[in-house]
Design a protein around this ligand. Structure first.
Ligand SMILES: Nc1ncnc2c1ncn2[C@@H]1O[C@H](COP(=O)(O)OP(=O)(O)OP(=O)(O)O)[C@@H](O)[C@H]1O
Ligand SMILES: [Mg+2]
Length: 381
């Protein structure tokens, strides 16, 4: 990202699963742009307007939001004897008019970017529904690149690939730095705990770290959530070390307080009129199947965790029906299926569902901590 910002004609796209830290990365980039190599100073006069897309946005509304964050005449407060005088300020949005074209934007930013470092973050790009709007943003990137406009555009969005995010990306391939944002590694998740623990002057036992890291599945949202509840439990009992028991309390809290939408989808996915129905256990096995860096697993990856949960061998025929049903509306479309027959790959439609299913499995005693660690432990710290 820093390279893209420092090189004229280069732009960037950050893409990955929901909740892996894309927005956070784009927010901290200013701290990585060092002025003159001095580590303690961020870039002088950097201008970093940021816009979060909404489904209703058009190219014009998007750029109005970006440009309204750019003041063209600096505000100056001149303090006289009797009054304070402010110079008139116009935002860039007022200058370009209601329906700016990519070319208008280019000319304006050529002027603005001349003496300042400018990078524009367009977050939640996947929310745009109009293909014309996405295309116009791609055109703008192309125009900026062709004319070496001194402004970097950084597109951020939920997606497995750049293709899916920016359909027109081929024409801008060479000027677009592609930054896939993976899930956090176990070490990185563990760092969240160490860093937070230092600030609080509290330590996490190795078991507690392993448990939280394992349950978070590389999604920092859950690392924060479980750490919060576990630390509270530790403080409530006046302890000095967060233990496995504190994490168990945290898991209960996290499941109880989960978003209503997560709970509703889970309920829909596993509830069956028949008593012997296997849906809850198959879904848990799916959550325990080892995913690739984008959260996908194959049908075959479910076999081992399911056999462990059920205490006897299962083969594909035993759960094929369930996997298929999880993709349907009757089961809340909890899983998403891609690929071709015999090579289907699956993932949880909402990545936050996967840790939720595992934690619900612990609370419902479908699985115990020991078995859980045996299955996912080797992916642990
Ligand atoms: N490097 C990090 N260290 C610690 N916590 C992080 C880090 N990155 C992200 N987080 C935390 O993880 C959570 C999700 O991060 P963020 O909102 O940036 O993800 P996102 O990929 O933009 O999500 P979405 O796809 O929903 O837009 C936030 O609570 C954030 O504070
Ligand atoms: Mg985000």
């Amino acid at each position: 990202m820093v390279d893209a910002i420092n090189q004229d004609g280069q732009h960037a796209v950050i893409f990955g699963e929901r909740g892996v830290g894309k927005t956070s990365l784009s927010n901290i980039i200013a701290t990585k742009l060092r002025a003159g190599g001095r580590a303690d100073v961020s870039a002088p006069d950097a201008l970093a307007p940021k816009v979060t897309c909404e489904s209703s946005d058009t190219f014009a509304s998007l750029w109005r939001k970006v440009l309204s964050e750019i003041d063209l005449i600096k505000k100056k407060a001149a303090i006289g004897f009797h009054m304070t005088v402010f110079e008139e300020t116009k935002t860039a949005a007022e200058v370009v008019g209601d329906e700016p074209t990519p070319d208008d934007i280019r000319r304006l930013l050529t002027l603005i970017g001349g003496d300042r470092l400018v990078y524009i973050v367009i977050d939640e790009f996947d929310r745009l529904v109009e293909p014309a709007t996405k295309r116009a943003v791609a055109d703008t990137i192309k125009t900026f690149s062709d004319h070496a406009v001194p402004t970097t555009i950084i597109v951020v969005g939920v997606s497995d690939s750049v293709d899916a995010l920016i359909a027109e990306h081929e024409s801008i391939e060479r000027c677009l730095v592609q930054i896939p944002m993976p899930r956090m590694s176990p070490d990185e998740s563990a760092q969240i705990l160490t860093t937070g623990g230092k600030k609080l002057k509290i330590v996490f036992s190795p078991d507690a770290v392993n448990q939280i890291v394992g349950l978070s599945q590389g999604l920092p949202h859950y690392t924060h959530l479980l750490a919060l509840h576990a630390v509270r439990s530790c403080i409530d009992r006046k302890g000095e070390e967060v233990t496995s028991d504190d994490v168990n309390v945290a898991v209960k809290k996290a499941v109880e307080n989960a978003q209503q939408s997560l709970k509703a989808t889970y309920y829909k996915a596993v509830t069956s009129p028949r008593k012997d129905a296997l849906h809850g256990n198959v879904l848990l096995a799916c959550a325990l199947a080892e995913p690739d860096q984008f959260g996908y697993f194959a049908a075959g990856d479910v076999r081992e965790p399911l056999s462990r949960i059920m205490g006897r061998e299962y083969d594909f025929a035993g759960y094929a029906k369930h996997l298929r049903e999880f993709g349907g509306t009757e089961r809340g479309e909890v899983l998403l299926r891609t690929g071709v027959k015999h090579k289907f790959r699956f993932r949880f439609r909402n990545p936050l569902m996967q840790p939720h299913v595992i934690m619900q499995g612990l609370v419902d005693k479908r699985i115990d901590q020991v078995t859980l660690q045996e299955i996912i432990g080797h992916r642990g710290v």
